[in-house]
Write a protein that binds this ligand. Structure first.
Ligand code: G6Q
Length: 547
């Protein structure tokens, strides 16, 4: 057994979890009228109600004790002060510096990184303003109105999710498009709808070596040059976001048109850096800075709030409770409204790449459950699809319900319907519907005894499914910034308890390496005998059908 699972606090939590199994959320609410008030809070413009989690005061006390014994807040302070807490890559983890609006210096290796951060923000503002004011024009003298971000993973998911979320804040006439997948239809479909004279391509890659991004960027470059018949047009229509100036230059983009960032920004935490350029081009630099303000407000809360009031700490500890003690294998992200429909995919990467680990910081195999499978989809659509399993399946599935109260698109009574559905689902998942209630309802509807005997059990919903509800007044840049950072720090807290490096991604690297090894064999020649039997057989099928 590991030191963590042997520790008295861990053991106490295991015992508490075993005892807790008899409690139903329905009873916890009935027995404790103060529960909702006690287990909800408002931080940085977000109202968060976690009273429908399977917790009581003892659970929280034990989790707080676990946080103390695991040194979570010490590790938090180490992150904020630029220590190299990403030990397997020997890097600082400083996405918090990207939205540090306090004027406080932050040092890495003795250098204050804030002047460089501010300089890149100024560079982004200069470019975004020039584009919006028509001072930066395309090669044919037209204004650039369509921004195509070419990037993948951390260089795609954040800007894509935020641009969708903040579409109501778009600068008039600006449109944002995203190409990520190396599947040829991705780049072809996006470019097919665009006028090259009005298109700006942002090639976004931290390393500038990612196979998919470089292939798609080359395709976009060929498209632009072919359409405009002018090789020099690239200078006006292509910019790069990267940490690798040499590779950007080798690709043919002038490094004066490159927006840098730094190795202490992890890909999945990079939307606050120049990787956010498409956001600034789409909603304006003022909007982007409002996003940073919201993020900073949550950073400051996490950095300074007392443990009992510290929301990311609390929610991160409850994530540990659900995964490691109650046995939940997944976390469902359920935004209500289509603006946040990409949030589940964004958080899937943020959480699963960070906390999908099975070796601890000391290099030892882990003997406890770490990060959950994160998934989800927008409500109310999901209610007509996968929610059935949440209500009546055999698995414990914690979920987060998220919504803006007011809409930017007032149409009929839809917003009221949206919110009533959200509330109904959190209630239904918590309360369920027992056999006695089902029987009474069927009797009242005139069902026969035989019918009730045959069907009633099937109508029972067990309830007791935990959920957290996050509400905010409106989909503003500040609210979205605070929301994303709430999750970032939750993930940090859980990772600190689990004693893992939440900031490396060696599993992702393995796939990249193997794809590189396989590329020469796809469609080129008969199987080589270099790979396993299944891969060889699949290569042979591909070879047979390759044109
Ligand atoms: C993020 C991951 C990964 C990365 C992509 C793109 O934390 O490392 O999703 O962002 O593989 O990498 P590049 O930005 O280097 O192209």
């Amino acid at each position: 057994m590991s030191a963590l699972t042997q520790s008295p606090t861990w053991q106490a939590l295991l015992q508490h979890a075993a005892e807790f199994r008899v409690h139903h959320l329905r009873d916890l609410f009935a027995e404790d009228p103060g529960r909702a008030a006690r287990y909800s809070t408002q931080v940085a413009g977000l109202w968060v109600d976690y009273s429908k989690q399977r917790i009581n005061d003892r659970t929280l006390a034990l989790l707080d004790a676990l946080a103390v014994t695991r040194g979570v807040l010490t590790r938090r302070d180490a992150m904020f002060s630029g220590e190299k807490i990403n030990t397997t890559e020997n890097r600082a983890v400083l996405h918090v510096a990207l939205r540090n609006r306090s004027g406080r210096p932050i040092f890495v290796d003795g250098d204050n990184v804030m002047p460089a951060v501010d300089a890149v923000l100024a560079q982004m503002r200069g470019f975004a303003d020039a584009l919006h004011e028509g001072r930066w024009l395309g090669a044919t003298g037209e204004r650039l109105t369509d921004v195509v971000n070419i990037g993948i993973g951390g260089s795609d998911l954040g800007p894509r999710m935020i641009c969708d979320a903040l579409a109501s804040h778009a600068v008039a006439g600006m449109r944002a498009h995203f190409v990520s997948n190396v599947a040829p239809s991705d780049v072809a479909t996006v470019l097919a709808g665009l006028d090259p004279r009005r298109t700006l391509v942002v090639v976004a890659s931290k390393t500038f070596t990612t196979q998919e991004t470089l292939a798609n960027a080359q395709a976009a470059r060929r498209w632009l040059v072919d359409q405009l018949g002018d090789e020099t047009a690239v200078a006006k229509h292509f910019v790069a976001v990267s940490t690798n100036a040499e590779a950007v230059s080798a690709f043919g983009i002038d490094t004066r048109n490159m927006f840098p960032f730094w190795d202490w920004v992890g890909g999945r935490y990079s939307l606050w850096s120049s990787i956010g350029l498409p956001i600034a081009l789409y909603i304006g630099m003022d909007g982007f800075e409002r996003l940073l303000e919201g993020a900073h407000a949550m950073d400051e809360h996490f950095r300074t709030a007392a443990p009992a009031d510290n929301l990311p700490l609390r929610l991160g500890l409850m994530d540990v409770w659900n995964s490691s003690f109650l046995g939940a294998e997944t976390l469902a992200i359920l935004p209500y409204g289509t603006r946040l429909h990409r949030l589940p995919a964004y958080l899937q990467q943020a959480s699963m790449e960070s906390n999908g680990k099975s070796v601890d910081l000391d290099g030892a195999r882990i003997d406890y459950a770490t990060g959950p499978v994160v998934w989800g989809g927008a409500g109310t659509n999901g209610q007509h699809a996968f929610y059935q399993l949440l209500h009546q399946g055999t698995r414990l599935i914690p979920s987060d319900f998220i919504a803006a109260v007011r809409t930017h698109s007032p149409v009929g009574t839809q917003q009221a319907m949206l919110l009533s559905n959200l509330l109904a689902q959190t209630r239904a998942l918590m309360l369920g519907r027992d056999l006695a209630t089902v029987t009474q309802e069927m009797q009242a509807a005139g069902a026969s005894a035989a019918m009730i005997a045959a069907v009633a059990q099937h109508r029972v919903c067990h309830g007791n499914q935990p959920s957290t509800t996050i509400l905010f007044p409106q989909m503003t840049p500040e609210a979205v910034g605070a929301l994303v950072v709430l999750y970032e720090h939750r993930i940090f807290v859980a990772g600190a308890i689990w004693h893992i490096d939440s900031y490396d991604q060696w599993g992702v690297e393995l796939g990249k390496q193997m794809a590189g090894e396989l590329l020469p064999s796809v469609g080129q020649r008969p199987p080589t005998g270099r790979f396993d039997a299944s891969t060889e057989s699949l290569l042979s099928i591909i070879h047979q059908h390759w044109i």
